[in-house]
Design a protein around this ligand. Structure first.
Ligand code: SAM
Ligand code: SF4
Length: 466
């Protein structure tokens, strides 16, 4: 297919360039590829009408996944990149839940059938800010509108600082079986700098109480690249995290995007680790987790070998979605709440990220879809390449192109763009198979960007690659 086929890492005399050189060359700003096209390339041309007709086209027998966004927190962490706001009373939350119920009814009416559901994910913000009664009524609405299988995965992103036994019992009684706890870093200096005071004992209690209530799978979210973070603080954080024996760990690089998230200006940029230190932090954390028996999944997830995510990796069945990495083979993902993104067979839709705007649309009996994209044949082809690279770090370009009826030459430009990346030993090309090497793993998004037609055209501002 091309003339770049040199597997540098096969040569015993070859060694990669120093990490400083690689970072200077490839530490550029690239998307996180939780979708393709990525959200900044969604267009206002896709709105409520498109969503309504795409919902009506869903096959009544095909399983769907549900995502519910809860955009509220008690305090704002200064690094936060999520769609959330701070609330000091219950009334905005109750009103939001009321509108969620209406949105669920609008969506199920437009579908016209009770679709089977294989997975439900509550994200945020902080889903455990919902009162137990809110959970009760949301689950009643979901069970009225959808056929939720007994084996469905029911997951929630939880803030251990707010978690109570009452909340855990209420959620467990509704079938919660997977929880993701925000941790970030255990060092008090780092916690002060990010406005997130969280003694380790609060996290340990949360993990233990969830397990005792039957929530069998626990994930911990950790971060590197935060102000005042060091390799030593990361080691200490990993030591604590391992004590909780989580099934999964997500290790996110802090995305510092103050032009998009103005409250990140509260972060003292002088206290941020530079890109070499960021690299060392993630490399240290990854090495410790792998030494402790975790399997590395894609860019930033780790799973115990017996965990379904690790098993799916071996089977090439890991998927990349807005929650990171998952095993979700549902035909569609339906998003509810402000900023929620849905994926339908025809394309992506996103609700207004402004909660009052979302609420007004729903109150008027209308969908709050403000952006989206109808997938072209080329989007699907490139999306599959990018997803396989993000999940498996390897893809047979020729096989995907042929299966999707495209000429193999379609990737010539991308491969030309990756010439130096391959020369530098970050990827290898063997025939039509492109494989990211272990040295290249932290730079996988750079390889994906070469296949991203929208990125090549716009080169928009994103967070650092490592
Ligand atoms: C919705 S929060 C998790 C639940 C809960 N709100 C909490 O913080 O405990 C999702 C996760 O996103 C990650 N995150 C938030 N902002 C980020 C940023 N700017 N860069 C990288 N990861 C970020 C954090 O690891 C956080 O735990
Ligand atoms: S990280 Fe979690 S708790 Fe902190 S502001 Fe963001 S969503 Fe809220």
């Amino acid at each position: 297919m091309n003339a770049l086929c040199r597997i540098k890492t096969d040569c015993s005399r070859w060694s990669p360039a120093p990490i400083e050189t690689l970072l200077a060359k490839y530490g550029k700003n690239v998307p996180r590829y939780t979708s393709y096209p990525t959200a900044p390339h969604f267009s206002a041309a896709i709105g409520a009408d498109a969503y309504r007709s795409w919902l009506a086209e869903l096959d009544p027998k095909s399983t769907v996944s549900l995502y519910l966004h809860i955009p509220f927190c008690e305090r704002l962490c200064s690094y936060c990149g999520c769609h959330t706001t701070v609330v000091h009373s219950r009334s905005p939350i109750s009103s939001y839940v009321d509108h969620l119920l209406r949105e669920i009814a609008l969506v199920t009416q437009a579908i016209g059938a009770r679709l089977p559901v294989g997975s439900i994910h509550f994200g945020g913000g902080t889903p455990n800010i919902l009162a137990p009664r809110d959970l009760e009524i949301v689950f009643t609405a979901l069970r009225d509108g959808f056929e939720i299988s007994a084996e469905a995965e029911i997951a929630a992103e939880l803030d251990p600082r707010l978690l109570t036994q009452e909340w855990i019992d209420a959620a467990a009684s509704k079938g919660l079986n997977r929880a993701s706890l925000g941790v970030q870093d255990v060092d008090p200096t780092v916690q002060k700098a990010i406005n997130r005071h969280q003694p380790w004992r609060a996290t340990a209690w949360a993990a233990d109480a969830l397990r005792k209530a039957g929530v069998a799978s626990i994930n911990l979210d950790l971060m590197y690249g935060l102000p005042h973070q060091t390799v030593a603080s990361i080691r200490q954080t990993i030591d604590c995290a391992l004590q909780a024996e989580p099934e999964r760990i997500a290790l996110f690089g802090y995305a510092h995007v103050p032009w998009m998230k103005p409250h990140q200006r509260l972060i003292d940029e002088a206290a941020l680790p530079d890109e070499v230190e960021r690299y060392r932090q993630q490399a240290t954390a990854a090495a410790l987790l792998i030494e402790s028996g975790y399997v590395r999944v894609g860019l930033d997830h780790f799973a115990r070998p017996a965990d379904p995510l690790a098993q799916a990796l071996a089977a090439g069945a890991v998927r990349r979605n807005f929650q990171g990495y998952a095993i979700d083979d549902a035909g569609a993902l339906l998003g509810f709440g402000a900023s929620a993104i849905g994926r339908l067979p025809s394309g992506y839709v996103q609700n207004s990220a402004k909660t009052p705007e979302w609420r007004a649309a729903i109150a008027a009996g209308e969908f709050a879809t403000t952006r989206g994209v109808e997938l072209t044949h080329d989007d699907r082809l490139r999306g599959e390449i990018i997803e396989r690279l993000m999940c498996d770090l390897t893809v047979d370009l020729g096989e995907v192109a042929t299966r999707r009826g495209a000429a193999a030459e379609i990737f010539s430009e991308a491969l030309a763009e990756l010439g130096e990346f391959v020369e530098d030993g970050l990827a290898a090309l063997d025939g039509d198979r492109l494989t990211i090497t272990e040295t290249g793993r932290p730079f996988v998004r750079v390889a994906c960007a070469a296949f991203d037609r929208y990125f090549q055209r716009s080169r928009a501002r994103h967070s650092a690659a490592v």
